[in-house]
Design a protein around this ligand. Structure first.
Ligand code: HEC
Ligand SMILES: [Cu+2]
Length: 344
């Protein structure tokens, strides 16, 4: 069997695998299965443009194949066919048809471009979120409520969420495939966009711009909740930070961790070097990729604190060994953080 034969046999298998594997994963990461109005309008545009393109391809190919067969040179026929250059009817048809197709495509596209770039920064009904991308985590600040969180973006359903996008280091890209997007975070520029969540649920977000060794793990979660839950969450974020019951662990945590992390309403700038840890025990993940429904939170926390580099190469957090923590101390801190949940 020659190589081509093997390849031909493998082809259907590969196509099949591609179809199956592309549906892999947890939360829906597909733009082809929109879960919100922005993604829906983007998907509709995709369908329209692909539809028009498919129509053009089918019609052009059909005419082409028909002409090739119908007007091919026959045996013994040496005559020159009728010359049709300068045929007005044909010229009008092939100028006006593409024009009409472009209009059908262009009008809704331009409409959507303007619609999606609407500014809701002054809308009292919209929720303002300042997003800062870091290697390899996401920070979400809600300036109107005076709170900052990380990794889990909590939003109410049915409202415009207006994002102002920044980066703390290199270029990243903010993307929640099922909800809409995406947009780069550039140094020195504030990019803006809005999204809307019309149903409750957890939607996976990604960094969509290669930003370093752990780029592929730079996930976040958008958690859409009812307006009531959202208000409860805001209130819970304002409550005094929950400290460890064990005084020794509390001191250890303050000394080893609060130099980079914040809990409660800490305002020190240095405490923003790492993600805000308020309510960390209730997040969907630890470090954005250790899922808390696959392993107990405390175990994920131990795994993370023991060696963050092993989970995310290049993460800017020292290992427990570097911080001089014993496994017992790591366990103590992890147990405390696992219990630190917000009710909302
Ligand atoms: C030098 C600064 C620094 C110190 C000290 C530090 N961290 Fe971190 N930490 C980070 C950074 C940066 C990240 C984000 C890493 C990433 O996801 O790429 C992080 C992430 C985390 C996360 C994951 C947060 C989330 O939302 O999933 C936890 C939990 C955490 N750190 C706990 C700790 C604990 C506990 C200590 C003390 C023992 C500690 N950190 C000390 C910088 C630090
Ligand atoms: Cu990134």
């Amino acid at each position: 069997m020659n190589r081509w034969h093997v390849l031909k046999r493998l082809l259907p298998l590969m196509v099949g695998l591609m179809l199956i594997l592309s549906a892999c994963g947890r939360e829906d990461l597909s733009t082809l299965n929109p879960q919100g109005p922005v993604a829906q309008s983007q998907y509709d545009l995709m369908k329209l443009s692909i539809g028009i393109m498919a129509l053009v391809v089918i019609v052009v190919f059909a005419i082409c194949i028909y002409v090739l067969i119908r007007f091919r040179r026959r045996k013994g026929d040496n005559t020159i066919p009728k010359q049709v250059e300068g045929n007005h009817t044909l010229e009008i048809i092939w100028t006006s048809v593409p024009l009409i197709l472009l209009l059908i495509l262009g009008v809704p596209t331009i409409q959507q471009v303007f619609n999606l770039s609407k500014d809701y920064s002054q809308d009292p009904d919209a929720i303002q979120v300042k997003v800062t991308a870091h290697q390899y985590w996401w920070e979400f600040e809600y300036p109107d409520y005076g709170i900052t969180t990380a990794q889990d973006l909590i939003v109410p359903t049915g409202k415009k969420i207006y994002f102002q996008l920044h980066t703390a280091d290199v270029k990243h890209s903010f993307w929640i495939p099922a909800i809409g997007g995406k947009m780069d975070t550039n140094a020195g520029i504030t990019n803006k966009m809005y999204l809307e969540f019309d149903k409750e649920g957890v939607f996976r977000g990604k960094c969509a711009e290669l930003c370093g060794p752990s780029h592929a793990y730079m996930d976040f979660k958008a958690k859409a909740v009812s307006e009531e839950s959202f208000n409860n969450w805001i209130a819970a974020m304002h409550e005094p930070a929950q400290v460890a019951a064990d005084a020794e662990i509390a001191t250890l945590f303050t000394n080893a961790c609060l130099s980079c992390h914040a809990i409660g309403e800490s305002t020190a700038d240095s405490a923003r070097t790492g993600p805000d840890l308020t309510g960390i025990g209730g997040r969907v993940t630890v470090g954005s990729i250790l899922y808390n429904d696959e392993a107990p939170v405390a175990d994920n926390l131990v795994e993370w604190i023991t060696d963050p580099q092993k989970i995310k190469a290049g993460a800017n957090m020292p290992s427990a060994g570097d911080m001089g923590l014993t496994p017992e101390q790591v366990q103590g801190i992890a147990d405390y953080l696992a219990d630190y949940k917000l009710n909302y």
